[in-house]
Ligand binder design. Sequence first.
Ligand SMILES: Nc1ncnc2c1ncn2[C@@H]1O[C@H](COP(=O)(O)OP(=O)(O)OP(=O)(O)O)[C@@H](O)[C@H]1O
Length: 339
Amino acid sequence: MSIRLAGVTKRFGARAAVDDVSVELSTGEFFAIVGASGCGKSTLLRLIAGLEVADAGEIALAGRTVSGPGLHVAPEDRNVGFVFQSYALWPHLDVRGNVAFPAEAAGVKRAEAARNADRHLATVALTDYAARKPADLSGGQRQRVALARCLAQEAGTILMDEPLANLDPHLRSTMEEELVGFHRTAGATTVYITHDQREAMAVADRMAVMAEGRFLQVGTPTEIYDRPANAAVARFIGHGAVQPVSVEGGAVRLAGHPVKLRGNGGTHALFRPADLSVTDPDATTLSATVESVLYRGGHWEGTARVEGLSEPFQLHLDRPVEVGERLGLMINGGWILPG
Ligand SMILES: Nc1ncnc2c1ncn2[C@@H]1O[C@H](COP(=O)(O)OP(=O)(O)OP(=O)(O)O)[C@@H](O)[C@H]1O
């Protein structure tokens, strides 16, 4: 089921929580929205679901307008499934009952709903837990019940609001893989909200970076990582430093040193740790002073400042360094931010 948003806006008081958002998602696409707390992600998802009424713009699901001037189709008439951060399982129903309930409520016969529930419980590897109550499950198992319940509705669109919040890192990465697997099997158009950009990049076909109610950039995870549209996206996604560069007669310079960079047109460039190599300082390198260093298991992450530049560079190091140590930085690449 395709999703089209055109100029969607939602205000709370004078403030727009969602401000003129437009995007088109194709059927079966896995689309992630990332952004800092309060940027409007949940409000946007609730607008698609029909749980909030938009102040302006249009929302169409599978080509059918469900929200527009004077029009608001109720959530239950949108063929949309949800998974929210709080799993909201029914405590008095067992696992199978939780998964079967939405279909039963929609008039599917009890035995058939239970059969379908069992099929979806097998997908999330919870067959052996079908008779348990939610209270007797771990957080990750409850999460999987919520996913199975969502899948059992066989909705054309699945909306997920931080579905992996509160899980430990191991379970999170297992669940990321399972989510991608579910998506491949179910084929539902999925809109997935997270504040964790690594998670978004792991699961999404395309993603949007959101700030203050607006989409700053929409693209594939690699596009957004390799070619951020502006400094705000560059700073939000991945590690890196945004530094001023100058162009003199076609040659790009960083702190007076000639550098070869991708992109053109702008006055600032993004340098990721992979764009830099660290050597002993000499005349051919930029001289930097280490400001911080942390061991990250197998490698060190550090920051080092070049005199005259506003931000420290972020470094991945294969040997420990000392705060205050002088290093030589070789610039092997970087991305000139457009405009
Ligand atoms: N019902 C409401 N009434 C008034 N303001 C609201 C309401 N719901 C959300 N807001 C405000 O709208 C803005 C966007 O909120 P929203 O929950 O969409 O952000 P978010 O990006 O999902 O944040 P988080 O990651 O913390 O969940 C926030 O400033 C929030 O305080």
